[in-house]
Ligand binder design. Structure first.
Ligand SMILES: Nc1nc2c(ncn2[C@@H]2O[C@H](COP(=O)(O)OP(=O)(O)OP(=O)(O)O)[C@@H](O)[C@H]2O)c(=O)[nH]1
Length: 484
């Protein structure tokens, strides 16, 4: 459908359907300029008369006059030698050594003599040559990539750490594998030093051909010697000091990342448990929690308040189910825990797999209530079984079986034992060792047995808390705890 040009003062010609450049030119010409200014033909910025190039876009003034026209030594045929570079470009290149012009570049502009002269004065800019900005970012990137954790762990850790402060939870697209556009082109050679991939698409897939002071810096990066890398970094950091907030949080580097998938049959309480953990660990503030509670109540879904922290989309909230993997973070003393809240509904198994594939360990959430547990263990459509098999096949060796909704079954020990026997046998058949499986009876909704010892007497009467809960988190507690 074509655009409606009815009210537009400058319309395309009705015949050719092209822009009326003549009219535009006329409008530009007829615009009144203050004396002592000239208007840039491209961006229309009003430049001082003394400027031979636009201060905004760097376009050359044409024709070159004024500053260049009065026998000034800085002119050639009445045109400024320096007109090829904007003030910003000049200041960026000012500190670099001068070199002879690049033949390729100059031959393209043989009839523009002033450009040749400008090239004598300033290194020619080529798009496949790193700009000072690139060098700065390379310096930053190198220092980040040299850190072993960041070289070995693909992107997911990079992505997560950078996003952590921005948002508590984000979505993992279906089948997303970790990637890192920056680390993809930086590799570690066998001597352990950093090597830039010069054939990366970022530099046009060509070996770099440098013709200026930038040459030294970039070949330093290419050589792979850490000394040279440091030299490049030193130069770039001398020119530019990044703000504190731009640098990775040193505290995060000290923590081991633990990707923890929350899996289990539909409605077993995965999102509620995840929301609870985030709230208890301080990632979700009291204020935010109140907001979720209010919104959930307004929509008649008060019991989903904690789940709403993870189930963010309108459809998920309306249907009361998780559809994509929600990613959230919290830090314990030793771990940077990446929580992957997976969908339990069988229609979204492919999405669940994208979370399971990232997992180092998993929490298998089981709904203890009568009928729901049995549905999850059903051999035809039970997601407890399917999810357990999937996380095992994706290599998660440790699993925490969170037997949730114990409040519904009056915190019954018999019910807990029945579930433990059946699920235990099934997990063994999947290849999990008994020693890698922890069992925890809990109620996410009533906050029983999560990060602190249960306060419910019916649970306390039989639940032996071998682990001393203090400030340490649920996950760590569970990992080193087995119920008798
Ligand atoms: N009584 C009781 N209800 C719970 C508990 N945990 C969760 N629920 C309820 O179970 C329902 C489903 O909870 P969710 O957290 O959305 O379950 P889910 O496993 O994330 O659901 P899907 O992701 O769609 O599979 C909600 O109404 C919760 O309030 C619990 O410990 N006790």
């Amino acid at each position: 459908m074509g655009l409606d040009w009815t009210h537009c003062p400058v319309r395309p010609s009705p015949v050719k359907q092209t822009w009326p450049w003549g009219l535009l030119k006329h409008l530009r010409k007829s615009r009144r300029l203050r004396p002592g200014l000239w208007s840039c033909p491209i961006c229309t910025f009003d430049n001082e008369e003394s400027m031979s190039a636009c201060d905004i876009c760097g376009v050359l003034r044409n024709p070159m006059v004024s500053a260049c026209s009065n026998g000034n030594k800085n002119t050639v045929d009445g045109m400024s030698k320096y007109s090829g570079a904007s003030i910003m470009a000049k200041s960026l290149f000012a500190s670099l050594p001068l070199t002879t012009p690049n033949k390729t570049l100059t031959s393209q502009h043989q009839n523009d003599k002033f450009l040749m002269d400008a090239c004598n004065s300033f290194p020619p800019f080529k798009f496949d040559v790193p700009s000072p900005d690139d060098l700065v970012s390379n310096g930053l990137r190198s220092s980040k990539v040299v850190s072993k954790a960041n070289v070995n762990k693909l992107s997911f850790s990079d992505v997560t750490s950078s996003v952590t402060e921005k948002k508590t939870a984000m979505r993992l697209p279906p089948n997303a594998k970790g990637f890192d556009s920056s680390s993809a082109f930086v590799s570690e050679n066998k001597h352990g030093s950093v090597e830039e991939d010069t054939c990366s698409p970022l530099n046009g897939g060509q070996p770099q051909n440098l013709s200026s002071g930038l040459n030294n810096l970039s070949s330093n990066l290419k050589s792979g010697s850490s000394k040279n890398v440091n030299a490049g970094r030193a130069l770039s950091s001398a020119q530019y000091k990044p703000e504190k907030w731009m640098l990775p949080d040193p505290a995060e580097d000290r923590l081991t990342q633990l990707n923890l998938a929350i899996v289990g049959h539909v409605d077993s309480g995965k999102s509620t448990l995840s929301g609870r953990l985030l709230h208890l660990s301080g990632r979700i503030s009291q204020k935010e929690m109140h907001k979720y509670e209010k919104e959930a109540k307004l929509q008649g879904k008060g019991s989903f308040a904690y789940a709403w922290a993870l189930d963010e989309s309108a459809e998920e909230r309306e249907r009361g189910i998780t559809m994509t993997v929600a990613v959230a973070y919290f830090d314990s003393k030793r771990y940077h825990v990446v929580l992957l809240d997976s969908p339990g509904h069988k229609d979204f198994v492919p999405n669940m797999i994208s979370g399971a594939a990232q997992a180092d360990a998993a929490i298998l959430v089981i709904d203890a209530s009568v009928g729901s547990f049995e549905a999850g263990m059903d051999s035809t459509g039970g997601q407890t079984r399917e999810h357990a098999q999937l996380i095992r096949s994706f290599g998660a060796a440790q699993v925490i079986v969170a037997i949730n909704k114990m409040d519904v079954v009056e915190y019954s020990k018999e019910r807990f034992d029945t579930i433990k026997t059946q699920v235990g046998a099934f997990l063994r058949s999947c290849g999990f060792k008994d020693s890698s499986v922890s069992w925890v009876p809990l109620s996410a909704i009533e906050n029983q047995n999560l990060v602190a010892t249960a306060s419910e007497a019916r649970l306390l009467s039989w639940c032996i808390n071998e682990f001393e809960f203090t400030t340490e988190l649920f996950v760590l507690a569970l990992c080193s705890r087995t119920l008798a």
